[in-house]
Design a protein around this ligand. Structure first.
Ligand SMILES: Nc1ncnc2c1ncn2[C@@H]1O[C@H](COP(=O)(O)OP(=O)(O)OP(=O)(O)O)[C@@H](O)[C@H]1O
Length: 214
């Protein structure tokens, strides 16, 4: 993937591992196309040079909020960055203007409160920390400015968090657009959000990864 990088004796690299997907280590010896690597768990392994990837030793300790800032855009580099951020409860990361969300499997209420929504209102993408509200804000503004419908694509495997993400997108869009008008004493925001259980009932079946089949 990407430009070939010189791997020499002493290079810090990523090598595939059956238990943890990728593990880092240092090249001890190169013989032909094979490199002998001492992994950080102390074990040694031999791998083909085409299967190992350079590790960025200068990567910031807390990761980067946009993966286009990574020195190496290979799989272990991307996964390492997401893992580093996830451990700090930073579940959102950009890759350019695409947002990657990792399921936190715990409530993070501070991420979605009214204060947060207020902050993201009108803020250019990339100015604040990566967030689903930022994506909604850009989509909403493009719709208003261009006078055309807009869509937001939410994809991921079962249990990845698409339904939760969509709920947050709807909440934010309702917050932007539907606060003033009222029908039968309820705001558009309330009404849109109340439609969630109905949509869920039609769209969701229980799967092995996810039981929200309400
Ligand atoms: N941003 C989040 N904050 C807190 N919990 C979350 C978040 N995203 C997902 N979860 C948790 O993960 C569970 C599964 O997420 P969700 O239902 O959104 O997945 P999905 O991608 O829609 O799955 P499926 O394709 O099976 O419908 C949720 O019920 C919730 O407990």
């Amino acid at each position: 993937m990407g430009t070939p990088v010189n791997i020499i004796v002493g290079s810090h690299v990523w090598v595939e591992d059956p238990d943890v997907a990728w593990i880092d280590g240092q090249v001890l010896k190169i013989t032909g196309n094979d490199a002998e690597i001492e992994k950080t768990n102390g074990k040694k392994v031999t791998a083909n040079l085409s299967k190992i990837y350079p590790k960025d030793m200068e990567a910031p300790a807390g990761g980067v909020d946009d993966m286009t800032k990574l020195s190496y855009l290979h799989e272990p580099g991307v996964l390492q960055n997401l893992k580093t951020r996830y451990e700090l409860n930073e579940i959102y990361t950009y890759t350019g203007n695409i947002l990657i969300a990792i399921n936190p499997f715990q409530r993070l209420p501070h991420l979605y409160d009214g204060h947060m929504m207020q902050q993201y209102k009108g803020a250019p993408l990339g100015e604040l920390s990566p967030h689903v509200f930022a994506v909604a804000d850009v989509a909403y503004r493009a719709m208003i400015n261009e006078g055309k419908s807009n869509s937001i694509l939410v994809s991921g495997e079962s249990g990845a968090g698409k339904t939760e993400t969509t709920k947050m997108l709807m909440r934010y869009l309702a917050f932007l657009g539907g606060r003033a008008a009222k029908t039968e004493g309820r705001t558009v925001e309330q009404q849109v959000l109340e439609s969630n259980p109905v949509l869920e009932a039609f769209g969701n079946a229980k799967t092995v990864r996810n039981n929200n089949s309400r």
